[in-house]
Ligand binder design. Structure first.
Ligand SMILES: [Zn+2]
Ligand SMILES: [Zn+2]
Length: 388
């Protein structure tokens, strides 16, 4: 099963969908036009069931195989949302909405999965049920979590779930995957330091929150460098440092710090959370100030099940013969993790060639990747549920 010939024929049509999505980017859950078009197309293909409004604006299509002797159900997932970035690609089909663009290639993911759905609805050469999942709000909104909370997994009886993301820097047609942690858990923290504000010329009458917060920022860097096993992955980044005044002669009463924590395993995650609290509160106390820490868990680790990783790699091998099965994990996070927490499955990268990185204003999805991506999606269904 190399790239399926049908996808060479369908390429102009799939490319046209992709470029249409690219021209009309939508953010987070506000993907009404995109989701509407996805639903119309899925109905046109003859899907057995198309359900809109799952996880607010998610769409699910159900395609039954020629037979269903074993009750098998495989889920395939793509994301539909764009980013609040001003496009700088200069392509003819650039975003028509200033300040919004498909800078993560979700236009490509949606188009490739639509292509696979069209092929699967035409051929139905499998024994079981394929469920195609189009989620909103991957970029920080937790659209995948919302679809899971809406009961999607149970409602459609999904037993395994597979996702894909394009990746610049990997040649087009090449795949990359690894068993275990593929993407990090992304948490947020906020620290409010409270001291005693006052006149900057009388620091002895104040408790200088700026100085205390600066000590906390530096001390937090000891978590990664001194506390966590150097062979485990961890990122602690303080990204906001806000005093309540912009004056040059006022010691602020409070300072706000905000940042992100990226980890690959639960023990490290819990440990870092506890250390941030200890360090912030202890450092504040040492200076006579107080620190209040709020810590919020975000997207969990994207965890590829070993067996399913092998299935995904095997299909990729058949599609292009080019699969790296030991790609390094990334410290970015992925909302598909909520689906992988519910059912075994795997998440794979598909090369986007030598382009700007995702989330860059000059990034663009490479349409040459479409036949590979659509073939992989369709191949997962045919190989996991071979025709009876
Ligand atoms: Zn992204
Ligand atoms: Zn993305």
């Amino acid at each position: 099963m190399p790239v399926k010939n049908r996808f060479a024929e369908l390429l102009p049509e799939i490319t046209a969908w992709r470029r249409d999505f690219h021209e009309h980017p939508e953010l987070l859950f506000d993907v009404h036009r995109t989701a509407g078009k996805v639903a119309v197309l899925l109905r046109e293909f003859g899907c057995d069931e198309v359900v809109e409004g799952i996880g607010r604006t998610g769409v699910v299509g159900v395609i039954k195989g020629k037979t269903d002797t074993k009750g098998r159900v495989i889920g395939l997932r793509a994301d539909m949302d764009a980013l609040p970035i001003h496009e700088a690609t200069g392509v003819a089909y650039s975003s028509k909405t200033p300040g919004k663009m498909h800078a993560c290639g979700h236009d490509g993911h949606t188009a490739m999965l639509l292509g696979a759905a069209k092929y699967l609805a035409e051929t139905r050469n499998f024994d079981g049920t394929a469920v195609v999942i189009f989620q909103p709000a991957e970029e920080g909104g937790g659209g995948g979590r919302e679809m899971v909370r809406d009961g999607m997994i149970e409602r459609f009886g999904i037993q395994e779930v597979y996702g894909m993301h394009n990746m610049p820097g990997i040649p087009v047609g090449h795949f990359a995957i690894r068993p275990g942690a593929m993407m990090a858990a992304a948490d947020q923290f906020e620290i409010t330091v409270t001291g005693k504000g006052g006149h900057a010329a009388k620091p002895h009458d104040c408790i200088d929150t700026t100085l205390v917060a600066a000590h906390i920022v530096i001390a937090l860097q000891s978590i990664a460098s001194r506390n966590v096993d150097p062979l485990k992955q961890v990122v602690v980044s303080v990204c906001t440092f806000r005093t309540e005044t912009e004056a040059h002669n006022v010691i602020p009463q409070t300072v706000l710090l905000r940042g992100t924590v990226r980890t690959m395993d639960h023990k490290v995650q819990d440990f870092v959370e506890a250390r941030i609290k200890q360090i912030a509160e202890g450092t504040a106390l040492a200076h006579g100030a107080t620190a209040e820490v709020k810590y919020q868990h975000g997207y969990p680790v994207t965890m590829n099940a070993s067996e399913n990783t092998e299935y995904a790699a095997e299909v990729a091998r058949e599609v292009s013969g080019q699969v790296d099965t030991d790609t390094p994990p990334l410290m970015g996070a992925e909302d598909f993790s909520f689906m992988l927490n519910e059912r075994p499955g795997a998440y794979i990268f598909l090369g986007n060639g030598d382009t700007a990185m995702v989330h860059h204003p000059a990034y663009n999805f490479d349409d040459n990747a479409i036949p590979f991506g659509s073939s992989w999606y369709a191949g997962m269904v045919e190989s996991r549920m071979p025709a009876a």
